[in-house]
Design a protein around this ligand. Structure first.
Ligand SMILES: [Zn+2]
Length: 76
């Protein structure tokens, strides 16, 4: 269980480097999993830490286009 103390030294906030706490993450394109989770690989431009930032996707609704290309937001 030696890595518990190491884990506690890292920040766990969106958009912030867990190691150096800078907002300097360079993201690669999103990967999407079948269970609605998605993640972005990143590398910190300040300290070089590499990692993955995970998100849970939540359905918000459809927008559709009519024959004139106007966007129509469907009611939930
Ligand atoms: Zn960093």
């Amino acid at each position: 269980m030696g890595d518990f103390s190491i884990k506690n030294e890292y920040f766990n906030l969106p958009g912030v480097c867990p190691k150096c706490h800078e907002i300097a993450l360079d993201y690669e394109p999103m990967h999407r999993e079948d269970d609605g989770m998605c993640w972005y690989p990143y590398k910190c431009e300040k300290c070089g830490l590499r990692g993955e930032e995970w998100y849970k996707l939540e359905f918000s609704g459809h927008n559709i286009y009519d024959e004139n290309d106007n966007i129509i937001e469907l009611d939930a």
